[in-house]
Design a protein around this ligand. Structure first.
Ligand code: PRP
Ligand code: URA
Length: 223
């Protein structure tokens, strides 16, 4: 184990396009998520909570338009989120764990799905499903996947969204490897990446170190 305590906020300055969410609750919950002793139930709850906290940050610059609201006492000036509704797009399987937490913050969001898995030998993504709302050109997309490892899955998913006309896409992941961040940014420099932790590296099987293991298996108890 590396006994130094890395300052991931500093590491992030070297990675264009990446925002590491610095909230203490996120750091605390990510640490619990990494713990091999965390149960499937606990893992699912933590992914849900961290996704919600990340969405709070990833929506911080949403445009607002002024509006007027009638309180029980008088008319007041207020604000509403402007523009089209958000669309959440989890990458199956593990991205599914991030959907409900974000929907609690943005209940009107639509949900698309992209099915991809990594080939065990080549580590390249294999496509098996794609469904998003028809009017993609006018929507804001949050692409969700807990793990950004080699970046192959995210690069492919973003390309699929762009093929149907998406122009405003953000990638939200929980744990990222520097390799994956660089690959996504090189292929899609217009896509901001948000993560809760930037880890050290990938091992020879493409797993993130220190990471949290196989996110899909831990989330759905399939190991
Ligand atoms: C995991 C993870 C990402 C992908 C990341 O999914 O949820 O989608 O690997 O790896 P990459 O950045 O190297 O592409 P996996 O392929 O294990 O599929 P699963 O969710 O169906 O288990
Ligand atoms: N996918 C995972 O679930 N975990 C990793 O560490 C890498 C890819």
């Amino acid at each position: 184990m590396d006994t130094t305590h890395p300052r991931d906020d500093q590491a992030a300055t070297a990675l264009p396009g990446l925002t590491i969410v610095q909230h203490p609750l996120v750091k605390h919950k990510i640490t619990m998520l990494r713990d091999r002793g965390t149960s499937t139930k606990g893992f699912k709850e933590l992914v849900d909570e961290i996704a919600m906290l990340m969405a709070y940050e990833a929506t911080a610059d949403l445009p607002l338009s002024p509006c007027v609201v009638e309180t029980p006492l008088e008319r007041a000036h207020g604000w509403q989120v402007a523009g089209k509704k958000l669309t959440l797009v989890p990458i199956l399987r593990a991205g599914l764990g991030m959907v409900e937490g974000i929907l609690r913050l943005v209940p009107s969001a639509r949900v698309g799905h992209i099915g991809l898995y990594r080939d065990h030998d080549t580590l390249e993504p294999v496509d098996y499903y794609f469904k998003v709302p028809a009017d993609a050109t006018e929507r804001d997309f949050f692409l969700l996947d807990p793990m950004l490892a080699t970046g192959g899955s995210a690069v492919s998913a973003i390309a699929s969204l762009k093929r149907v006309g998406a122009t405003r896409i953000r990638l939200l992941c929980l744990v990222a490897a520097p390799e994956g961040v660089r690959r996504v940014h090189a292929a899609h420099p217009d896509v901001p990446i948000f993560c809760a932790a930037l880890d050290r590296e990938l091992n020879e099987n493409g797993y993130i170190l220190p990471g949290l293991g196989d996110a899909g298996d831990r989330l759905f108890g399939t190991r």
